[in-house]
Design a protein around this ligand. Sequence first.
Ligand code: A3P
Length: 297
Amino acid sequence: TFVLQGVFKRFPLRMVHGVPLMKPIAQNWQRIEEFQARTDDLLIAAYPKAGTTWIQEIVDLINNGGDVLKARRAPIHNRIPFLEICSPKPFPSGVNILQKTPSPRTIKTHLPFQLVPKSFWKLNCKTIYVARNAKDCVVSFYHFDKMNMMQPEPGSWHEYLQNFMEEKLSWGSWYDHVRGYWDEKDKQRILYMFYEDIKEDPAREIRKVMHFLEKDLDEEVLQKIVHHTCFQVMRENPMANYTSLPSFILDHSISPFMRKGEVGNWKHHFTVAQNEAFDAHYQHKMMGTTLAFRAEI
Ligand code: A3P
């Protein structure tokens, strides 16, 4: 562990086609760009902290017919590999792992639409996109960057919020991310979901995922999936809560990965002045789109 510990550090960000990404990802960019999708791949895409893990767990349970033991076969990051992730040697990259993964594969990505390897769209692969309101996203990301030892130091909350608005955080602009997939959702096979909707009525939203995956599960199985993917249960599930990673990568003593799981937690972080400045800037960035978010339910 000591030797491995030494190779992990907070990586600086490097620009890739105008999007800041962790340096190891930028260095491996050509292999990511040339990644070969397969027709039966399912892509799970989201801006960081939008509920990626939540959808991953839901999809894995649906694909396993609601079998909770099967879903506990391995940690979530092994069950559903992370396309662009690159850790220092000797760890294999997401691309390496995926090349050896038998079909049908489910693949996680945080890449904005325009950076997703083109082969996914050429093959018309299914994609589930999950979006979360900007304010809860940035709060969640701030706490995550404090505990994720591969990401740059977040600095103060005020600085962090500024960097989010200036689109300088890892994986780039939240505004472009949510709008990019929204604009493509009717041209590609994209199921566009909202964190707030899942929170409001998980059964309704899980049913949508089920239909999208063309799986027909009994109401009883659906209810079981609702239960096993609720925040309280996922928080205690070592195969879903990221506690299986060593603390030199994710330090849960700083902030647990499963932190709050709420809609509206941003209200405990934004000052009145920050909220006003954010709203004005937001209105400008989101002008002309039909995409609308709820920051409370
Ligand atoms: P908070 O930091 O607000 O608690 P991602 O998986 O995209 O990194 O997103 C992580 C965020 O989703 C965290 O938000 C986490 O707590 C929340 N989350 C994960 N599983 C959840 C669940 N079952 N219900 C509600 N929120 C969940």
